[in-house]
Ligand binder design. Structure first.
Ligand SMILES: NC(=O)c1ccc[n+]([C@@H]2O[C@H](COP(=O)([O-])OP(=O)(O)OC[C@H]3O[C@@H](n4cnc5c(N)ncnc54)[C@H](O)[C@@H]3O)[C@@H](O)[C@H]2O)c1
Length: 243
């Protein structure tokens, strides 16, 4: 997603994640952008190590970016965690809270950090909250009550923030991916390879998605191409919902 925004003309893309140092994937994207013709020093990728659960720290990251760049146009709130299968009748309070802290509070704090800067500069902006198809359906045979609940909260957070921020020309939409092969799902799928086939059979496309298949929708939502779109949830699930 960071690469897509840089390619589309973003001057600087700040990636916020937990590790002190950025990972290999981030370094590869930065090296790729540096080689890309036509960007002429634009499309700068920056890395900031912060915990999205820390509201004060997140607001400070927003201020730092605003001070350095003099603007804030788009934000993608994507941090999320998924816990192992746990019976909903036995679900421990601490584990439930841990998921909410990242998937709900962290998403709010990220959106606030960017939205406060968009408000400060007065040029509007676009905030994209990464929800999930699991916010509006339940993954069959998966005991993920905390994750599913958290993603439903993101859908309603989107509508609520969109209504409050519309007059400031700050748009808020959610993106709900279906099954995508990423580090999060690989940690689960790679231990039980038969699940990959099962997940693939759950949508009419007969396969799970790739992260790059979210590039187009993110670029569209972040840009003026979607200037009348707010409070919407965009599903990219290979048709999982259609069945
Ligand atoms: N992979 C899928 O099939 C799928 C489907 C629907 C929605 N999603 C959502 O997409 C988003 C990205 O997930 P992904 O699949 O790329 O998994 P991922 O595990 O690769 O990415 C999640 C990222 O969140 C970061 N993170 C976790 N806790 C954090 C914290 N406290 N502070 C800062 N960063 C933190 C992790 O370090 C990681 O980089 C998540 O919100 C996830 O719920 C994924």
């Amino acid at each position: 997603m960071a690469m897509a925004l840089a390619e589309a003309g973003a001057r600087a893309v700040y990636c916020v994640d937990l590790p002190k140092q950025p990972g290999e994937e981030w370094a590869k994207v930065r090296a790729y952008l540096a080689r890309m013709e036509g960007l002429a020093g634009e499309g700068r990728l920056e890395y900031v190590s912060t915990d999205v659960r820390d509201q004060e720290a997140m607001w400070k990251v927003g201020e730092m970016i605003g001070d350095r760049e003099g603007r804030m146009d788009a934000c993608i709130a994507a941090a999320g965690v998924l816990k192992t299968h746990t019976n909903c009748l036995e679900y421990p309070a601490k584990q439930f809270q841990d998921v909410m802290d990242v998937n709900v509070n962290g998403v709010l704090f990220t959106a606030q950090a960017a939205g406060r800067q968009m408000d400060r500069f007065g040029n509007g902006g676009s905030i994209i909250l990464i929800a999930s198809m699991s916010g509006s359906i339940t993954n069959k045979d998966h005991a993920w009550v905390s994750y599913n609940t958290s993603k439903s909260a993101v859908l309603q957070m989107t509508r609520s923030m969109a209504c409050e921020l519309g007059p400031k020309r700050i748009r808020v939409n959610s993106l709900s991916p279906g099954h995508i092969y990423t580090n999060m799902t690989a940690a689960y799928l790679d231990t039980q390879p038969h699940l990959l086939e099962k997940w693939a059979s759950l949508n009419p496309m007969g396969r799970i998605g790739r992260p790059d298949e979210l590039r187009g929708v993110v670029t569209w939502l972040a840009s003026d191409a979607s200037s009348f779109c707010t409070g919407s949830d965009i599903l990219v699930s290979g048709g999982h919902h259609a069945w």
